[in-house]
Ligand binder design. Structure first.
Ligand code: NAD
Length: 495
């Protein structure tokens, strides 16, 4: 029987006020209707924000280590359910099972990490310039946070946002992607089970215009965190700017791997395959450009094509599958459209280029691993995010040209180099303008204990995930406290 998925507002699982529902479909097999999901609107958003506001005083006054204990319990529950959750990620989002499990593991790591932050929400204590006076700063919560997430990491990305928001003492209204509502629901159920009180975490399902937009505009929401497309992110940035609302976003990427003539070629090819075709290219950190030194370019193309041609495309729940489907028909059409653009621009298609709607793949949104060569930096397939299994190969004369091309786009999320020359990798590390730099590793593989995000149009505001300069900078504001115990008026800068 198809499951009914509800909103979670003020500690209760409730239908959308519209009474309507939308389906959540398995991208590998559209006959598999996973759930019918609450199709919410502004009324549900208002109820959730009200609940979050009411819950804020007691939650923010609860000692942070106590909040941490709840997150720790949530992480423990996730460890026990990892297999079930990972299988659900694969069924609802489409990525292959090892990656589905990885999605859950990332959420486990993040939740443990933020549980620990409950004892480390440090500020500064500094000497005052005056006698008998203290000076310190402390982090305090923002208030009610609206969190809007995409479908490609349906448990990990919610954890990047929800756990730092909660540990810092905020209450939350969470609007997950409409493609992966069941994954979002399972994560919130775990927080409920771990003891997070009523109203602290609220979940409202639905679409961008009907749920996301009213959440962003709601006057009682203090901060918005968004991960998704650059188009939607910049639209929300404008709204938050005009409302003077605290905002952070992580959006797209067009991530390069530079392969130098002295690279370990086998290693580079492994990295390019994983970066280009892992998650069917539907990662913000996907390696969609290979920028290859002319001396090794032909060899690289030959071997890379040979390996990519052997990738087994199919339902991610089957053990042999190495690449799953596009998440939905729109994403499928978008990738095919870019393949068409590439051909029209004059790039040479040497592998794939088509949807595969036959056999095991008859009811899903599958695309063959696709490779273009003779790509020039000005082509759209070399500049725009495709978010599909499409890799463009560009040939260069030297490292300087490679870095110039790698940088000459509007995104700056992730970038990698394969070279055995330490001096070359050091130059790349210094001159590459991206938030995540990999040396002799693919563009994929961030760990949660460091900030995640990018430069230029990839991001705005503080980063996701952990570490200094990570998510806590978005979910807290600074309060500075001076305590004068001299018993007389002291004037800073004057006495
Ligand atoms: P999307 O922008 O279409 O949707 C993201 C979320 O925003 C969804 O929950 C959606 O319902 C909501 N939304 C849509 N319109 C809205 C509106 N007007 N107001 C408020 N909310 C609205 O993106 P997507 O297709 O779900 O995700 C793919 C994109 O996400 C890619 O561009 C990818 O690069 C990016 N992404 C970035 C990162 C990162 O950390 N940089 C990570 C994962 C995905």
């Amino acid at each position: 029987m198809t499951e009914s998925i509800n909103n979670f507002i003020n500690g209760k699982w409730v239908q959308a006020m519209s009474g309507k529902r939308f389906p959540s479909l398995n991208p590998a097999d559209s006959r598999d209707v996973i759930a019918r999901v609450a199709d919410s609107d502004v009324r549900d958003v208002n109820a959730a924000v009200k609940a979050a506001r009411l819950a804020f005083p007691s939650w923010s006054n609860l000692p942070a280590p106590k909040r941490g204990e709840m997150l720790y319990r949530a992480a423990e529950i996730m460890v026990k359910r990892k297999k079930v959750l990972g299988t659900l990620v694969t069924r609802e989002m489409g990525k292959i099972l090892p990656e589905g499990l990885g999605d859950v593991q990332e959420a486990i790591d993040m939740t443990y990490y933020m549980a620990g932050e409950g004892r480390r929400l440090c500020g500064e204590t500094v000497p005052s310039e005056l006698p008998n006076k203290d000076a310190k700063s402390m982090r305090v919560p923002m208030g009610v946070c609206g969190l809007i997430t995409p479908w490609n990491f349906p448990i990990a990305i919610p954890s990047w946002k929800i756990t730092p928001a909660l540990i810092a003492g905020n209450t939350v209204v969470f609007k997950p992607a409409e493609e992966t509502p069941v994954c979002a629901t399972r994560f919130v159920e775990i927080l409920e089970e771990a003891g997070v009180p009523h109203g602290v975490i609220n979940l409202v399902h639905g679409f961008g215009e009907t749920v996301g937009d009213p959440l962003v505009r709601h006057p009682d929401v203090d901060a918005i965190a968004f991960t998704g497309s650059n188009e939607v992110g910049s639209q929300i940035a404008g709204i938050c700017g005009s409302l003077q609302k605290h905002f952070m976003m992580e959006t797209g990427g067009k991530n390069p791997i530079i392969i130098m003539d002295d690279a370990d070629m086998d290693l580079a090819i492994e990295g390019a395959l994983w970066g280009g075709f892992g998650t069917s290219g539907q990662r913000c950190t996907a390696a969609s450009r290979l920028i290859v030194h002319k001396k090794v370019c032909d060899r690289l193309i030959k071997q890379f094509k040979k390996r990519a041609a052997c990738l087994i495309v199919g339902n991610g729940q089957e053990q042999k599958t190495q690449m799953g489907p596009m998440v939905n028909e729109a994403q499928y059409q978008k990738a095919l459209n870019y393949i068409d653009i590439g051909k029209k621009e004059g790039a040479r298609l040497i592998l794939g280029g088509k949807g595969t709607k036959r056999g095991n793949c008859a009811y899903g949104n599958f695309i063959e691993p696709t490779i273009f060569v003779d790509v020039t930096p000005a082509m759209r397939i070399a500049r725009e995010e495709i978010f599909g299994p499409v890799v463009s190969i560009l040939k260069v004369n030297n490292l300087r040209e490679a870095i110039k091309i790698a940088n000459d786009i509007s995104f700056g999320l992730s970038a990698a180099i394969y070279s055995r020359d330490v001096n070359k990798t050091a130059v790349f590390e210094r001159d590459m303008d991206a938030g995540l730099i990999y040396i002799n590793a693919s563009t994929i593989g961030a760990e949660i204990q460091l900030p995640f995000g990018g430069t230029k149009k990839t991001g705005l505001g503080p980063r996701d995930a952990g570490g200094r300069g990570g998510a806590l900078d978005h979910y807290t504001k600074w309060k500075v406290i001076y305590r004068d115990f001299s018993g007389h008026l002291q004037k800073a800068q004057i006495d």
